[in-house]
Design a binder for this molecule. Sequence first.
Ligand code: GLY
Length: 443
Amino acid sequence: MIVGHGGRESALASRMAEHSELYAFAGHLNPSLVRYARASGGKIQIGDVCDAQAVAEFARANEIDMAMVSADEPLESGVVDALLAQGTRAVGPTRAGAEIEWNKTFARSLLLEVAPEATPLLRVARRAEEVDEAIASFGSTPVVVKPSGLTGGKGVKVMGPHLASHSEARDYALSLLAGDGGGESVLIEEKIVGAEFTIQAISDGRTVVFPNSTYDYPYRFDGDEGPGTGGMGSLSMAEATLPFMSAEHYAQACSIVERVIARLSAEGRRFSGVMNSGFFATASGVQVIEFNARFGDPECMNIMALFDGDWTRVMERICAGELTREDVRLRDEASLVLYLVSPDYALPRGAAAPTPYEFELDVAAMERAGCNVFFSSAVHVADNTYRTVGTSRAVALVTTAPGLREAHARIVELASSVGMLQWRRDVGDERYLQGLSGLVRSA
Ligand code: GLY
């Protein structure tokens, strides 16, 4: 069983359905989930993915053997706890294990203990009266303001791109404390200059397997303009590092993730599943941005495209606490994911409901051209016509190739054939990555 309905879940479903009867518990009739569930003899149930009891009941009713939960809100809601309590095996951390994601204050204090060298200077404000003093403690150093709780990747604001001054940072921190932040505290951190990368560490709480680094494009428009999003695309290279990183950056990041997972286990919060860990590569090593207690979306699709084996077998090994490095074989190729989104995605709408957009996409033709198609916030209308639903990204195109240039050329050609939706032209463009090298050198 897969729980959730993003491109990430669609890609996981495609691999799980190769070796099992796939059941999906999702918020809408995602066409990819419908396809893989039906083709494998399983089924899809629509419901609230954060209703732990409803998910557990669906699992019981369908005699689910094993579940994959890799979305932030269901993990925070205790879906894994409810499954384990009734004896359903599950990959994904319990609510306590996932606290590393849903409570950034907890994550930072744990990191300070296990990797102080990679923790940015930070202050935590729990009350409005603490905000001024916290901001003042940074002097003229630019800051980042982060809500402590979950905000779908859209709550972090950085001086420069989002906040013009310390005074705007203060106002934003106060608004978070007044109720917009999804948590009880707000973090104010020094702004780190460097280039971001992520590592999707796969673990049973003991062994940690590290795929190649991934790069996510969080901003809405080309050149990193516009608001933050859940991710407009992502890539990985045929080697462990990205063009702007050194082998030392990669090794240091892996070592930090190992320490964090060991620490969680030592605290009785044994980790299960994937820790999507975000870092800055800087001239003086890595700094941690955040930990997610699940695969990244879109980055999961990079890993699923490269994974060479039976994902249900990996799930079994994680559930048994017997994961080995040999279980997770990944092809040494570049991978590229591009999200196509509705024209109003991530843009201010006020109180207006999201506009549904219809678009045409020939899945079979894309697959013949060497590209996987994974739907996210979209439903099937008829034949090759689909419609966007809700406020998230519509559909992802995914490809792999010996080199990034080939993957980029293929994906641009295929994305250009889809009308109505928008996408970033610079996702996978080598010139963009070269620009990031400058950021690491100047840091
Ligand atoms: N791509 C960012 C995330 O999954 O949170």
